[in-house]
Design a protein around this ligand. Structure first.
Ligand code: IVH
Length: 777
């Protein structure tokens, strides 16, 4: 690298790091800690080689500040969940120059198929053949929750981590769009409304120009500006900023009921709250399709595209089940409800073109080798992209990606960019197909051990990948596991990511994640994160925080621990579902249900291989045909037997857990490594248990109300409705808002109304509060 190149990259990196510092300080980081560490690492490397670049104000000289925490933290009455995404894949057409119309048609087909798949799942879960939906824009602002008590604005909160947020009441009161009082004659005791604060694109530009003119720093985008403004401690400043808000949901409520989501949206508007100008009720999935084509992508007429018809930024559309009574009957995901899905139309995802300089191979926490595209840096939707995942070797071949190619990249989720396709017309002469194994000399690039080809399950699909088998010894796997274990979504142990995990492993302090529990403040504080010459210690303050977080992690629920163990093929959702049906890690290790699911997979494979009708492997003689027919009958009988056991065991609650994942979990706990982990957990006194019941009503096995659906009506004497709901969930039951034949119990308080009548008509068992309390134990 020449000095000029180094300087240019330095400028770029500093800008990038500053941007992420701002995002982090506003409480809304745009990248993971690991990615941030990588940027810092690269910057440090540059400054080591070219010390004159390390000016005193370089980010390497500063400590990253914590997000503002001066606001009072308040618990949400109901958790603020996120939404699951569906992403129609944009497979390029086979032609060299893809025909535009054909491509659009394919995109539409894909999108509609994705919607249809969601609809099919829901139809099964609800046992109906037609579901009414609402299709509405997904606002790209900052989520807020506002409580109105007896019609008066009583509390305003940020989303925070979904369970707890900041009390920003005073700030929200400064937003003109948010009424201090609801327009209703008889306001309910409580109505929580949820929505998004935003700054419109036009206002954002004016505001930035003003900031710059005053010598202040401009914000990179409207969303950052909104987040930063809402977190201002001085609420007078808010009034000067052009903040607006829009509401699309209700949360906790007392004394008011709604039947449908459409009714919610209409009512909010009537109460004087700002709501979205465009949303559509669709009577069934065909109407969703028509509505999407006509109103969202607007038949690709840019002037009529939904984005151009709203004053705020939107980054997708949300499809929600209209009937609220159905919401409670749809099993929630780990972090998202089952009744809604987000879709980002492909034409809305801006692509960028750049050059693929090299393909490197990374070793992940489960030893899987992942090819990564090293790109000519390019600016895309708010950040500079220099790397993109290539997923696996198959994907590289399918898209025919070669080093030197000009490629189109795009951000798939919010953060991880991927290579969409190659611009074949710009391919340099002599570019050769990529050979992953040859590129790593046939060995693990981190530890030099043998690699093997294996089936893995990725997001429900099965894929083939290369894997380093040196589970216990490979330093890359070790540090990735430690990092994974500590990440927010797993055990949330502050600041043990990236470089820290690497150094802990490199310096021999930690070999596997559970070694973290041996660390003391002194030992960890003295950890050298720099080199032998350039020492940079972790510090006691950080260490004390990390040790405290470790202590806290011991009491986290079972699903977080299952996830944290980094079992191959077990993602967050799979871990959650495993925890729904298993009470502890020991139970999981010996699970009959998982053994059955694994066996079922094996039987299915044998059946298709053995089938007398097999085209791939047809029987050669009549005798063989007969023998295979006989064997197939045996297999079928066995499948029926195992299948019914699997159903009884609760498979319906683990749709994500297939044969590959089941085998993977069992193999993990049967391995020397897995056994050691169970033993050490016991020694450490860590016994994670099933807390899934408190996640929104999914039934668990334990508990007096296991698998029961309970409705509460009227005013209870000794507890609020939310307390009652929590009790039901804690006892393993699920809460529903409306009575149906499927309801097991109706708990009645004072002034019970129509629900009681309906329950009596349907023969649902009615219990009073003392009976209910006794039942919950
Ligand atoms: S419904 C369970 N509707 O997007 C979540 N959310 O990525 C119910 N959002 O947490 C939310 N526009 O903050 C809903 N029309 C819309 C939305 C919307 C934006 C936000 C919301 C949610 C996040 C999920």
């Amino acid at each position: 690298m020449t000095h000029a190149q180094a300087k240019a990259r330095h400028v770029e990196l500093v800008a990038e790091i500053h941007k992420h510092d701002r995002a982090y300080e506003s409480g809304h980081p745009l990248i993971s800690d690991y990615e941030y560490d990588q940027l810092e690492k690269e910057l440090k490397g540059l400054e080591e080689k070219f010390p004159e670049l390390a000016t005193p104000d370089s980010p390497t000289k500063k400590v990253r500040t914590e997000p503002l925490t001066k606001f009072k933290r308040v618990r949400h009455l109901e958790p603020m969940l996120s939404l699951d995404k569906i992403q129609a894949s944009d497979r390029p057409t086979k032609d060299e120059e893809p025909d535009d119309n054909k491509r659009k048609r394919l995109q539409d087909e894909n999108t509609v198929n994705e919607f249809a798949r969601f609809d099919a799942t829901l139809q099964k879960q609800l046992g109906t053949s037609r579901i009414e939906y609402v299709l509405e824009p997904k606002v790209d602002g900052v989520s807020i929750s506002v409580h109105y008590r007896h019609g008066k604005l009583a509390l305003g909160m940020t989303r925070g981590d979904g369970r707890e947020g900041d009390d920003i009441t005073e700030n929200l009161k400064q937003i003109r769009d948010i009424p201090h009082e609801l327009k209703m004659k008889q306001p309910p005791a409580l109505l929580e409304v949820r929505g998004e604060a935003y700054i419109s694109q036009k206002d954002f530009e004016v505001m930035n120009a003003k900031l710059e003119a005053a010598g202040d720093e401009a914000f990179p985008n409207a969303r950052n500006a909104t987040a930063g403004t809402l977190k201002q401690l001085d609420s007078r400043l808010i009034a000067e900023r052009p903040l607006s808000a829009v509401f699309y949901a209700v949360g906790a409520r007392e004394g008011i009921e709604f039947e449908t989501h459409a009714e919610v949206l209409e009512s909010l508007k009537k109460f004087g709250l700002p709501t979205q100008a465009h949303w559509w009720v669709c009577k069934g999935i065909e109407e969703v399709r028509e509505c999407y084509l006509k109103n969202v992508v607007a038949h690709y007429d840019e002037r009529r595209d939904l984005r151009s018809r709203l004053p705020y930024e939107i980054d997708g559309v949300v499809l929600k089940v209209n009937k609220l009574a159905d919401w409670a009957r749809l099993p929630p995901k780990a972090k998202a409800p089952g009744y809604a899905i987000v879709h980002k139309p492909i034409p809305w995802i801006m692509p960028a073109e750049t050059v693929l300089k090299a393909i490197t191979v990374q070793v992940g926490r489960t030893g899987v080798l992942t090819p990564v595209a090293e790109l000519e840096p390019v600016f895309l939707q708010g950040s500079t992209i220099a790397r993109a995942t290539l997923h696996n070797e198959e994907e590289i071949h399918r898209k025919d990606i070669r080093i030197g190619d000009t490629v189109i990249i795009r951000k798939a989720g919010m953060v991880i960019p991927e290579v969409v396709e190659v611009v074949k017309s710009k391919r340099p002469a002599g570019a050769k197909p990529f050979d992953l194994v040859a590129s790593v000399g046939g060995k693990c690039p981190a530890c030099g051990s043998a690699i093997v080809k294996e089936k893995i399950s990725a997001g429900g699909r099965e894929e083939v990948a290369w894997r380093c088998e040196n589970v216990a010894g490979c330093p890359a796997q070790k540090s990735r596991r430690v990092e994974f274990f500590a990440q927010r979504r797993a055990l949330d142990i502050e600041s043990l990511g990236g470089i820290v995990a690497e150094k802990l492993v490199e310096r021999g302090l930690v070999n596997e994640p559970l070694d973290l529990f041996k660390l003391t403040v002194e030992k960890l504080g003295a950890l050298n994160l720099g080199t032998d010459d350039g020492e940079r210690v972790y510090g006691e303050k950080n260490a004390a925080k990390a040790v405290e977080a470790l202590e806290r992690s011991k009491t986290l629920p079972l699903n977080r621990w299952i996830y944290a163990l980094a079992i191959p093929n077990v993602g967050e959702e799979t871990a959650y579902q495993l925890a729904l049906t298993h009470g502890s890690l020991e139970e999981l290790a010996e699970s009959q249900l998982l053994q059955d699911i694994r066996e079922l997979g094996e039987l299915e494979t044998e059946r298709s291989r053995n089938s007398p009708q097999s085209r791939k492997n047809p029987p050669k003689t009549p005798e063989e045909k007969l023998a295979r027919e006989k064997r197939n009958d045996e297999i079928k009988a066995r499948i029926a037997e195992v299948e019914s056991r699997v159903e009884q065991g609760g498979k319906a609650r683990m749709p994500e857990v297939g044969a590959v994942a089941a085998a993977s979990v069992l193999d993990f706990f049967a391995s020397v490594y897995g056994k050691k982990i169970l033993k050490r957990l016991k020694e450490l006194g860590i016994h994670p248990v099933n807390e899934a019941a408190d996640k929104g009503g999914a039934p668990t096995r334990a508990g007096a109300l296991a698998g029961k659906t309970v409705v509460v009506t009227g005013t209870l004497a000794t507890m609020s409705r939310d307390d009652a709901f929590a009790k039901i969930r804690a006892a393993g039951g699920s809460v529903s808002n409306s009575i149906s034949a499927k309801t097991d119990f109706l708990v009645v308080g004072e002034n019970a109304g129509s629900k009681l009548d309906k329950a009596q008509k349907l023969g649902v068992k009615v219990i009073d509060e003392p009976q209910f309390l006794k039942m919950c134990g």
